[in-house]
Design a protein. Sequence first.
Length: 387
Amino acid sequence: MPDTYDVIVIGLGGMGSAAAYRLAERGQRVLGLEKFAPVHTQGSSHGGSRITRQAYFEDPAYVPLLLRAHEMWDQIEADSDREIFHRVGGIMVGRPDSRTVSGSLRSAREWDLPHELLDATEIRRRFPTMRPTDEDIALYEAGAGLVVPESSVGAHLDLAARAGADLRFEEEVLSWTADDGVEVVTSKGTYRAEQLVICPGAWAPGLLADLGVPFVVERQVQYWFEPEGGAEPFLPDRHPVYIWENPEGRQFYGFPAHNGVDGGVKVAFFRGGDPCSPDTIDRTVHDHEVAAMADFVGTAMPTLPGTFLRAATCMYTNTADEHFVIARHPDHQAVVVACGFSGHGFKFVPVVGEIVADLVANGTTSHPIALFDPARLTGSEEKVTTG
């Protein structure tokens, strides 16, 4: 007889770990299943840092979720006794009409978010680590910063286990069905539950093939350099997180040296990676890739690239419009999906966990998630109930 639960969560990375915690916290009997070890480098929840910001150039509709997420990061830190959120400030740089600057300004004004607009001279004065052109401006947001993905996953898993969740690692999901309840078959057993939550990350094309959403998985590389003259000017009390868009529309982003002067400075391109799958991704970072990153960042940062230290690969799971998918499965009302976070989702982890728990427990949520309805991507005329 299969083991039985109220809800099974497939995938215990950023989103799945938060969902498992919020469900267990509400008294649900939760089984969490993860293909890898508790904190691993095979998906998209590693690399030591992720930017979080509220003046959101992607769409002002995200801002209410970000306001809630920032509250929840503080609560997760207090409850888990882990440091996750570093408020170091954030700066969005580019030409006035760039998406990075104009979109951020639109969200800041629409939601009355605290911010400053800086011209090129002021950027150089405030942040001598940066070398903008005279045509560049920036939106500075003091409340922005970075979150540590490994600490977030570890905290949510600890809290989920404390709340009674049964978490099982190194157990691959082979299949799932949702007829009379749900059934999940893994490499180690078969389990049944009333409801199923699927947070598959880059495994979405396989686990959610019947959703009808054309996910594209993209290989991304994160790089760490030691700046010329040392990393002291990049310490968190002097240097913010940033996203920088050049006149051709190419974006790169970076972080302060939040692990100390010996930890290096992390930079990366925002999008533009090669299509891949979890089985075919090239985990080797090649010399020509390091050279391309070094050349690009060197035009904007006076002491970078400096000396190359290391690099790591990860994966973006993209939708066609780069917005998320969070909803009940249109063909299986016992299944909730949270996926397609398109390289900008980690900052939403705690509030996505809350939304998923709402959908499982109540069938709806008070959070505004209409933007994430998969029907927009499938051509379906029948909308999914998303709250």
